[in-house]
Structure formats: structure tokens, C-alpha cells
Design a protein around this ligand. Structure first.
Ligand SMILES: [Zn+2]
Length: 284
């Protein structure tokens, strides 16, 4: 006979009802360190209500903010990378592609869309930073080129919203070639006198800055965005000088003539509409 008898323990109730779900309801602003209610942040276009820090947003949210009634048709979304170099670093590039496709529901780091901006039909290409750092490989290059060509052929203004770490090194020289390809298409668009507005958001660096992001008829950026070519550490080591405060941020670039304007997210749509008016693109 046992000395002790274990009473049956009542199982802890872990079914959903009794638990309070708090994760994801609050966000900490990394600029002012305040805790913000996620809903407040969403309602404020993902800009911190306390310090105006512009949080990164995904491509779909951006399109919904920019285009009338959040309505648009996507195009060219069926192009996929062939992994031309069969590249492997920490893991195979093919794996990274697969994972990013699953996480974002996109085939690559950009969405091409057609919609209206305050009544004006426009073509928009919006980059998705969460897809391998918004890097530009053959697919991104091809999609942006197609957007440029469609805008040129249809005489529709083009708006490209950049958020990118630069060229996609897993595609080596194939990705570098995209700089030339997109730039050439933009040059033809310029000859055809079709307006191109480049909206540069946090972060935009490397080959993206070195090509289409800086080739707009108007280059505008969101406040506080990191915009540059090489990273600050590389530059400091090369020139052996300490870089000034705020280097490679929108406001610094505006002050030094690299940008035409720094525009708050809430003003972005009316600002672009006004610019298109000025460029004589009428509302329809
Ligand atoms: Zn803040």
C-alpha cells in the first residue's frame, strides 16, 4: 500500500477565453521611447503621435494610403527570380525567396499598381522592405522598368516609393544591370515628358539610391528617412573623418540639395497631387 496518494490535479485551463491577449496591442517608439497604443499608431498613418517618428509601413499599406479609396489593380506580380547564380550564403538564396514569398504573399520586393491619386490616373511601384530588405534583383528591376514603360506609353505619371537596401547581391551582376536598365527606361520617359515622382522612404540605400530613387522629376522623402549609398562606417573608414550629425537623413539631404522636399506622411498625397497639377496632369 502506498504511503501517499496523489489527488488528481485539475488541469490548468489554457483555452482562449480566460487569457487576455496583450501582445501586439502596444508598440514602443524607438525615437521618443513612449509606449503607443497600436490602434492610435494605425489611425495616425503609422506616425508616432508623440514625436512624429515615421514608422516603416508595408507596400500594401502605402498603396492604400496613396491611392483613392485604397483601390488599385496590381500588375506584373507573376514574375519570379530564376536564382541565376544558384547562390548560397548562410542559406540558399532559393530558400530566402521561398520564405519571403510565404511571409509577404508577394513574388518579389515590389508591387506594381494602377489607380487614381486625387482623381488622376497614375502608375505606382511600391517597394516592400520586408522582402529580402527590399533589395533590387532582376525581378524588381524588370517590374519597375515595366511600370516606367507603361507610364511612358500611356502618358500616365509614375510614382515610385522606395524602401530598399540596394542591389540584391545574391544575383550579382544581374542585379547591378538593373540600375542601367531602369535608368535607361526613365531617360526615355523623360524624353516623352511624362512626370516621375520619386518618394524615398526609410531606408533607401545602395543601388536603389544610385539609380531610380534619385532620378525623379521631383525627389521627395519622408522625415527622418535613412537615405544614402554606402553605410556611414564604410565612408568614415574611407575618408578617415567623423561624419556630421544627422548625416544621410532626409533633413540633412534636403539642406545639401540632394532632395526637393521632405514631406510628412499625412501631406504626401495632397503634395503629390499638387505637384501633378503643376506638371499639368489634370484630374479626370
Ligand atoms: Zn515617438
Amino acid at each position: 500500500m502506498a504511503w501517499f496518494k496523489r489527488e488528481p490535479v485539475e488541469q490548468l485551463d489554457v483555452s482562449g477565453e480566460k487569457r487576455v491577449k496583450t501582445e501586439g496591442l502596444w508598440v514602443k517608439c524607438d525615437q521618443c521611447r513612449q509606449i503607443i497604443w497600436k490602434k492610435d499608431l494605425d489611425q495616425n498613418l503609422n506616425v508616432c503621435p508623440k514625436c512624429d517618428r515615421h514608422f516603416r509601413i508595408d507596400a500594401r499599406t502605402r498603396l492604400a494610403q496613396l491611392l483613392d479609396d485604397g483601390q488599385y489593380q496590381t500588375e506584373d506580380g507573376d514574375i519570379v527570380s530564376t536564382d541565376p547564380l544558384k547562390f548560397t550564403d548562410l542559406k540558399p538564396y532559393a530558400e530566402r525567396l521561398k520564405r519571403s514569398r510565404r511571409d509577404t504573399g508577394l513574388n518579389d520586393a515590389v508591387i506594381n499598381a494602377r489607380g487614381k491619386l486625387e482623381g488622376r490616373p497614375v502608375i505606382a511601384s511600391v517597394m516592400e522592405y520586408s522582402f529580402i530588405g527590399g533589395s533590387m534583383g532582376a525581378v524588381v528591376g524588370e517590374m519597375i522598368t515595366r511600370a516606367v514603360e507603361k507610364a511612358t506609353a500611356g502618358k500616365l505619371p509614375l510614382i515610385v516609393v522606395s524602401a530598399s537596401g540596394g542591389a540584391r547581391m545574391m544575383e550579382g551582376v544581374v542585379s547591378l544591370m538593373q540600375l542601367a536598365k531602369v535608368s535607361a527606361a526613365l531617360s526615355r520617359m523623360d524624353d516623352a515628358k511624362v512626370p516621375f515622382i520619386s518618394v524615398i522612404t526609410d531606408p533607401t540605400t545602395g543601388g536603389t539610391t544610385a539609380s531610380f530613387a534619385m532620378l525623379g522629376d521631383l525627389n521627395i522623402a519622408e522625415p527622418g528617412a535613412l537615405i544614402g549609398f554606402a553605410g556611414p562606417r564604410v565612408i568614415e573608414q574611407t575618408i578617415r573623418q567623423k561624419l556630421p550629425e544627422g548625416f544621410q537623413r532626409s533633413e540633412f539631404l534636403l539642406k545639401h540639395g540632394m532632395l526637393d522636399a521632405v514631406v510628412h506622411r499625412r501631406d504626401l498625397k495632397p503634395y503629390i497631387a499638387r505637384a501633378l497639377d503643376f506638371m499639368q496632369v489634370p484630374a479626370q
